[in-house]
Design a protein around this ligand. Structure first.
Ligand SMILES: [Zn+2]
Length: 314
């Protein structure tokens, strides 16, 4: 049995069983439970690190190939990164800290490439050496294959650290946040984004909510859970944002029809003709567009399906 990563309690109530709805890496059923003490949702029992490796497909992170469809997807991904870019730009602009911006869990480095072209010094870190290599090669973003606790940077040397969709995958998110605190210069900013289990989407869709991503998400945080973790690790909460054009509408579309999710189709290596691919992409795109009004509304109510939180290292 695992302990709650937010409050340390062991007691829980079972909520439901679920399997890998999105990528079909296993047929195994997993149990999602709620901490009786603080309400955090988590996988229980927690799969071992060895077992978890099997649930991450080789092509889990995005890298475009040379095809026209893939280039179109990359252009789309750039366009919808705006919320992330603006949020981080504002945080760094208000900070007196000097030094590079480190993206922990940088994947193929699209975000870092964006920030680099806007004049920021950037660095990336990812547990996949292939992802780190692509970030460096395609986005000219220096990236290392490491975990944050063993990152090759001096203490207090960074102006900012971003963690987009990282904490929910970690067995020990506290250790990651503490490592971030050590690496940040005084007044440096940490920006964390996670799916928000206090969202309308989670409440309405339950186990079918894409943000749970069983079995890859070990914890399903609400906004308040992440803020508590960050404050416990010494950060002051500065700002929150509940809307992400990249994540929220697409998340709802993928919850409703996981079989149409472009990433899931690629990861599962679904054989499809060019025509079938186009039709599926168009239907999926239509669903994403149709999801937009609902996701704007839930975000305006402070219950968006993702939350970006800025913390300040005093
Ligand atoms: Zn708890």
């Amino acid at each position: 049995m695992s302990l709650c990563v937010v409050c340390g309690a062991g007691d829980f109530e079972p909520l439901f069983q679920a399997s890998d709805r999105l990528y079909h890496t296993t047929a195994k059923q997993f149990r999602v439970v709620r901490c009786t003490a603080c309400g955090l949702l988590r996988l229980e029992p927690r799969p071992s690190a060895d077992e978890l490796r099997a649930y991450y497909p080789d092509n889990y992170w995005f890298a475009s190939d040379e095809s026209a469809a893939s280039r179109l997807e990359e252009a789309y991904r750039r366009l919808v990164l705006r919320d992330h870019v603006r949020f981080v730009e504002r945080a760094l602009g208000e900070s007196r800290a000097r030094g590079p911006l480190l993206d922990a869990g940088c994947g193929g480095g699209l975000f870092l490439g964006f920030m680099r072209r806007r004049g920021f010094r950037v660095a990336g870190l990812d547990i996949s050496h292939e992802a780190a290599a692509i970030a460096w090669r395609r986005q000219q973003a220096p990236a290392v294959c490491a975990v944050l606790e063993a990152a090759p940077f001096a203490a207090a040397s960074l102006a900012g650290i971003t963690m987009f969709h990282v904490l929910e995958h970690l067995a020990d998110p506290r250790a990651y946040l503490r490592a971030a605190w050590e690496l940040l210069a005084p007044d440096g900013r940490l920006i964390v984004q996670v799916p928000n289990a206090a969202s309308w989407q989670c409440r309405l869709l339950g186990r079918r909510w894409n943000g749970m991503d069983v079995p890859r998400h070990l914890s399903d945080f609400r906004d308040r859970d992440v803020m508590k973790l960050m404050e416990d690790c010494g950060f002051q909460i500065v700002r929150r944002k509940y809307f992400s054009l990249r994540d929220n509408p697409a998340g709802l579309a993928s919850s409703l029809v996981p079989g149409l999710d472009p990433m899931a189709r690629r990861v599962r290596r679904i054989a499809e003709s060019a025509a079938a691919r186009l039709v599926k992409d168009l239907v999926y795109g239509g669903l994403v567009a149709a999801s937009l009004p609902f996701t704007i509304l839930e975000a305006a109510a402070g219950a968006g399906s993702t939350v970006m939180i800025e913390g300040r290292r005093p």
